[in-house]
Design a protein. Structure first.
Length: 248
């Protein structure tokens, strides 16, 4: 039974980018790029992919990584993690997304430290630098209290700068605690299992952000901060930009 493990939920279907995890990036499938990155950054931590399709399982295991088959009908990645951890039995679970190929050791270490500080979940934020990103609904925002616990996550710009549109910039974002949410999480095993029993929340259904289910049920989410770059591959254009960064 490991104390801490990295679990990566991996679903083959993708609405915006069909089978994106199998898309080759500079000759290597995206899911293997992510696996290589994680294993290279934190080789001491167990790494397990929670997959929903034999194509993914076969590819991952053929390249020396561990995969656990999970129910394709799971409504969320968190449900998929919970099923996988019933086999892995980690005390703390760090969730890296299968389409996040730039995760770093310091980000993972930050999550591992935060989840041991008496919270149910932990995640990361990064200060905005550009107004267009802050206003973009595809860039999720998080606001925190004075103890760096999450108050809310939204696709809307929060906190909303009623009087400051002309002066928004990196200094404003840092001063006013406006952060882009990164899709990296850590959970206690107990909460991960409990989460699957909670009904979807009203706010979650509106924003389409499952972490709001935890907040709606009074659970605590610790937020750490990073200036290291992160990228999620959501579209073919994202994959092409990432490939150019590798070969450029």
């Amino acid at each position: 039974m490991p104390d801490t493990a990295i679990l990566v939920p991996a679903r083959l279907a993708s609405t915006r980018f069909p089978e994106k995890l199998l898309h080759p990036v500079a000759g290597r499938e995206l899911i293997l790029r992510v696996a290589d990155r994680i294993a290279g950054q934190v080789p001491e931590l167990p790494l397990v992919f929670a997959v929903d399709d034999e194509k993914l399982r076969g590819l991952v295991t053929a390249n020396g990584h561990r995969a656990v088959m999970t129910d394709p009908a799971h409504p969320s990645g968190t449900d998929r993690l919970a099923e996988a951890n019933r086999e892995v039995k980690a005390r703390f679970v760090i969730n890296v997304q299968a389409d996040e190929p730039l995760v770093t050791r310091r980000q993972i270490e930050s999550l591992a430290e935060l989840i041991r500080q008496g919270c149910d979940m932990a995640t990361l934020g990064s200060p905005f630098a550009r107004v267009e990103d802050f206003m973009n609904p595809n860039q999720v925002k998080v606001v925190v209290d004075r103890q760096n616990r999450a108050l809310y996550f939204s696709r809307s710009p929060i906190p909303y700068p009623r009087d400051a549109h002309a002066s928004l910039g990196s200094d404003w974002f840092r001063k006013n605690r406006a952060y882009r949410h990164l899709g990296l999480y850590a959970y206690t095993a107990e909460f991960l299992e409990a989460f699957t029993q909670l009904p979807p929340g009203v706010l979650e259904s509106i924003e389409k952000l499952e972490q709001l289910r935890a907040l709606e049920n009074g659970r605590s989410i610790a937020v750490g901060f990073t200036d290291e770059p992160s990228v999620g591959i959501d579209t073919l254009e994202d994959a092409e930009a990432y490939e150019r960064s590798l070969v450029g």
